[in-house]
Design a protein around this ligand. Structure first.
Ligand SMILES: Cc1ncc(COP(=O)(O)O)c(C=O)c1O
Length: 379
């Protein structure tokens, strides 16, 4: 198998654990073990203390699959397959569903594995470009016009990383129904689901809208537990899950036993877990709104509608210069604040991703503001 480097992951490999402030993270500040274990009920507390560290069920612990299924309207525990993060789920899904001659449409700029793994199968990938001038919205008409007779899959990540795009419910339902009538599988990467901002509501899950559609979920983002490496696919199309289960035999075989129990604890208390995440993100959004209003000559800001990231642009002639790459490099060297330039998404050099989920955002943004405010010669 030949696959291009994952540019964002290579960038994080260099910087993530070497800097003081990761101001571009897509996950929400991780829960501590103490916080999480305090949420355990009698059954899960006993599962935790009595846990034996053997192999686990390849499809995922039955109680975990049951709990994941409650996040959907039409999904039962056997319609769920658990993976080591959404990343493994994407890998198994794309590599077992696609082949040369197939056509796939993927929202872009976006999470590279959604189109790179697809490409590595020999399938032809069209990128559905989200445009800043449309306020990053999903152009459902344009997307439908790009369907071809050989289109097998439409992949939409919403809420979207990095732009915060979130379709309206009407747009989302229309896309799902057009995909269904054209015999195209809708793959909904919903890892930021439940993090909708003011005025936006949680969309129906893709897997609930059509029996062939597949939803991708994970504990990492809205549920603030990236270190568990627990993700899943949910679909009523059992043939898809069966193919993925056979591929998983060659990747991880089964999930980590401690992680499965911890994910179960978190999901049983999901209302509280999500309330914590929403509170962090809402407070940070308010700080960012004020920052970008004050610095409108330097940065242009389209407020995200959902998720835990945004994608501001450097204003030409502004104090941060014109190259996001150069700006991020100078900033991290001078202040230890990490941004993610749009070059890591292969989408020009004018934007950068900012993360809304970390509690040190006000401090990190203060350092960024002070850096931009300095005379250029002293940076
Ligand atoms: C859209 C999207 N899908 C999937 C993933 C993978 O999630 P995980 O790293 O938890 O497997 C990410 C992570 O950033 C993402 O942004």
């Amino acid at each position: 198998m030949r696959i291009a480097d994952f540019a964002l992951e290579r960038y994080f490999a260099r910087w993530e654990f070497a800097v003081k402030h990761v101001l571009c993270a897509s996950d929400v500040e991780g829960c501590s073990m103490a916080e999480l274990l305090a949420l355990a009920d009698e059954e899960t507390a006993a599962m935790w203390s009595g846990l034996k560290l053997g192999y686990t069920e390849s499809t995922g612990h039955p109680l975990l699959r049951l709990e994941i299924a409650t996040l959907y309207d039409s999904i039962g525990p056997d319609d769920v397959l658990v993976f080591a993060g959404a990343e493994e789920a994407i890998f198994c899904l794309m590599s077992t569903s696609l082949q040369e001659g197939n056509h796939v449409i993927v929202t872009w700029p976006g999470y590279q594995s959604l189109y790179e793994v697809a490409r590595s199968t020999g399938a032809h990938v069209s990128l559905h470009v989200l445009r800043e001038e449309d306020r990053w919205s999903l152009d459902v008409d344009r997307l439908i016009r790009s369907f071809k007779p050989e289109t097998r899959m439409v992949v939409v990540n919403a809420p979207h990383n990095p732009t915060g795009m979130l379709p309206t419910e009407g747009e989302w339902r229309r896309l799902a129904s057009e995909c269904a009538s054209a015999g195209i599988r809708l793959v909904a990467d919903e890892v930021y689901r439940f993090l909708e901002h003011e005025g936006a509501s949680t969309l129906p899950a893709g897997a609930d809208l059509d029996e062939r559609a597949v939803s991708i979920g994970v504990m990492s983002k809205s549920f603030a537990m990236a270190g568990l490496r627990i993700g899943w696919l949910a679909t009523r199309d059992r043939a898809v899950l069966d193919r993925c289960a056979r591929m998983k035999d060659y990747t991880t075989i089964c999930s980590s036993a401690p992680s499965e129990v911890l994910a179960l604890i978190g999901l049983r208390a999901h209302e509280r877990v999500l309330a914590r995440s929403r509170e962090i993100v809402a407070a940070n959004l308010a700080v960012l709104d004020a920052f970008f209003a004050e610095n409108a000559e330097t940065f242009s800001w389209v407020r995200p509608r959902g998720g835990s990231t945004g994608f501001p642009r450097l204003v030409p002639g502004g104090a941060a210069g014109a190259s996001a790459d150069a700006f991020a490099a100078r900033l991290v060297e001078a202040t230890g604040v990490l941004l993610l330039p749009s070059t890591t998404f292969g989408s020009g050099d004018s934007h950068f991703r900012i993360g809304l989920g970390r509690t040190d955002l006000p401090e990190a943004l203060g350092k960024l503001g002070a850096f931009v405010g300095r005379p250029i010669a002293s940076r």
